[in-house]
Ligand binder design. Structure first.
Ligand SMILES: [Mn+2]
Length: 393
């Protein structure tokens, strides 16, 4: 189902619609693709539900990042049920009807064990759900029909739920109500998503919102933290804690890129058959899902090669091959769009289309036997090497 982006006015309306659903329900199932923003926003919301004496169950399959264990401990300490295996999840879901809460997950394909879990959901009579997301475009979609949603252009889902709390607090007539919505544990949860998705302010969709929330939450964290020096008291410390995780991503990407074929400044990396929504990390780390890191790999490869990187994989959703050709930051010798003609020649009717900029292009090819694809890509590889040799540096 298509995802519709809302404005600020509608955001307020939707906040109260979600609040109504929360007030009318007792049990909530948090179901998401477990990256740090998704975990942060889900735990923040579950902690809020806890304060309303509602029951929360969170599914967290293996492969989430262990640097987030401090958040998981906070949740468990506050009687939020964290479940690590699907069979226990299914037992819970069959006992009573839960409201499904899916945050920060652009498509159902990213939901762990969705076939088994949706089978139970299909048997529900009420089918109540809440969706909060900031991903648009691509195959991003509304996952449940009839759910209460907030789809908004935001830095992170944690920003969105901070706004959500603020809107609810403003409605209250009690003074200083805002701070009661931001106890230390919620502050920590929200900072995790905000810091991770923006890489501590590096990638911003809305700079004002980022400054507003990170400043507010950092100050709250500092004021609310006492006791042991091991306790995090600044946003910086939160970022450092969760950032250890990108080591896993870096190791995963380096292993792949190191295994590419290199010749005369050109690198060719053809990924083995792996699902677009599968993790490339050995431990199944959800922040290393192919779809999420393919552009990082495409950028890393030419830097490793020196001049040009050719990165290809099979998109098992669209049933086509993707070929991403990128130049390194140092090399300007060739306009990569020129290779379109060579691709047409080599792939014939299998060539679908593509294009881009002089230094970064993407092309699509329809399905063909893998051995044939590999053979043709090696032909292109030689063409690129010849072009570099003939071009002036
Ligand atoms: Mn996010």
């Amino acid at each position: 189902m298509n995802k519709i982006e809302i404005n600020e006015e509608e955001f307020i309306k939707k906040t109260f619609q979600i609040l109504d659903m929360i007030n009318d329900s007792t049990s909530f199932f948090f179901y998401f693709s477990p990256d740090p923003d998704a975990i942060g926003v889900s735990i923040a919301l579950a902690l809020f539900l806890n304060s309303l004496e509602k029951k929360s169950v969170v599914y967290l399959p293996n492969g989430y990042d262990y640097n987030l264990n401090f958040l998981i401990k906070i949740a468990e300490y506050n009687h939020i049920k964290i479940i690590y295996d699907v069979s226990t999840v299914l037992k819970h879901l069959k006992k009573e009807e839960f409201v499904f809460v899916t945050c920060d997950t652009p498509t159902y394909r990213l939901l762990p064990d969705y076939k088994k879990i949706f089978k139970v959901w299909d048997g529900y009579i009420q089918k109540k759900s809440i969706e909060i997301d900031h991903h648009f475009g691509g195959d991003s979609e509304q996952i449940y029909s009839g759910s209460e949603t907030i789809f908004f252009q935001a830095n992170s889902c944690c920003d969105m739920i901070a706004e959500f709390f603020q809107i609810i607090a403003t409605k209250s007539t009690r003074t200083n109500e805002l701070v009661t919505y931001f106890p230390r544990n919620i502050v920590l949860s929200l900072l995790v998503g905000m810091c991770y998705d923006t890489q501590f302010g590096k990638f911003l969709v809305n700079e004002n919102n980022y400054n507003k929330w990170v400043n507010f939450l950092s100050e709250r964290l500092n004021n609310l933290t006492w006791g042991q020096s091991s306790h995090m008291r600044t946003a910086n410390e939160v970022f450092d804690t969760i950032n250890k995780m990108s080591e896993m991503k870096l190791v995963t990407m380096s292993n792949l890129v190191d295994g590419a074929l290199y010749k005369n400044g050109v690198g060719l990396l053809i990924l083995p058959m792996i699902g677009k929504y599968e993790s490339l990390a050995e431990n199944g780390d959800a922040s290393c899902i192919l779809n999420k890191i393919s552009s990082d790999i495409a950028n890393m490869l030419p830097e490793n090669a020196g001049k040009i990187g050719v990165f290809c994989y099979y998109d098992d959703i669209k049933k086509q091959y993707l070929v991403k050709i990128r130049r390194s930051s140092q090399y300007k010798g060739i306009d990569l769009r020129n290779f379109e003609n060579d691709l047409k020649k080599i792939f014939g009717t299998k060539y679908i289309g593509g294009g881009g900029h002089p230094g970064a292009t993407s092309f699509r090819m329809s399905k063909l036997p893998r051995t044939l694809f590999v053979k043709k890509m090696n032909e292109l590889f030689e063409v690129i090497i010849d072009s570099i040799n003939n071009a002036a540096d």
